[in-house]
Design a protein around this ligand. Sequence first.
Ligand code: WQD
Length: 340
Amino acid sequence: MKILVTGGCGYIGSHTVIELLENNYEVIIIDNFSNSKRDVLDKIKIITNKNFIFYEGDVCDNSILEKIFSENFIDGVIHFAGFKAVGESVEKPLMYYRNNLDATLSLLETMNKFNCKKIVFSSSATVYGDAKEAKFVETIKKGTPSNPYGKTKTVIEDILEDLYTSDPTWSITMLRYFNPVGSHASGLIGDDPSGIPNNLMPYILRVAVGELECLTIFGNDYDTPDGTCIRDYIHVVDLAKGHIKALDQLFNLESGIKIYNLGSGKGVSVTEIVTTFERVNNLKLNYRYGERRSGDLPNICADPSLALKELNWKTEKTLEDMCKDAYNFIQMQKNSIKGD
Ligand code: WQD
């Protein structure tokens, strides 16, 4: 089976490409390196010792997509390509709507033209918005995301629903990620955002290696056991494996449209992440408690039971694995920069 992976050099995309190759899928990647590095291609090759095809380009560009589909017989697509920084999306909403929606529309139009109608879409728990549930189930009514990034995910889910309604020969699976953290055990690839990280774990890593002075924990006055926000953290390798399970289902079932939460189902507070990171990596982090971050919800946690029931998928890695693998990655990064 030949799979096109859009954004395949990104954090989750690259980990998924590795799982695809290790499961004997043939892989084609398209990436424009807007939020990834070219050397990830070499690292995928080192890790898997497998070949794959790469096209440098923007998924918004129909011509490159038509080139890819005319030069390769593609059985299915996993669509990761898109901007994903919540804070940046608030500052630059037009850039987010233009990029994330155009990329998806160009991709779906091209897939339709070449009669390739199997897609796994990288969605997000942000589509639940401010829903008040203790654990999010796929069937609850989506809330309103607090930022344009989350709203693009909601709109793309709606586009896919409408596409399926218009043409039920499509096979569409939407995967709603909770909080992906960690890295491949090799330490060669990981979450490496440019600039000052918005997300918790990449920020912790920069403090751990002395690149940033101090972590601010945004609020410890929430209505949670230790006062800090609770999230459902999932190891990126578990997340990648969930895509393989979703693809396997896509090729084994008749057409249809499905949505799955990919989370552990276990809520962990910010303070728990910090103390676990310190313990497993045997270090002290410099952190302080500060004001709440606007838009944060006290508790976001998955009910992942549908993915277990229908995909036979559940997380296997622990919070300790996430903290250890994440730190291993940043240390490998530092050493390679120093030329060790
Ligand atoms: C986690 C917790 C912060 C940084 C985001 C996106 C979501 C998804 C995952 C793509 C929160 C706290 C953070 C810091 C802190 N991405 N925090 N100090 O906001 O749950 O979800 O990433 O789909 O779309 O919204 O993740 O890592 O930013 O925050 O205290 O310096 O860590 O307040 O409680 P979040 P996060």
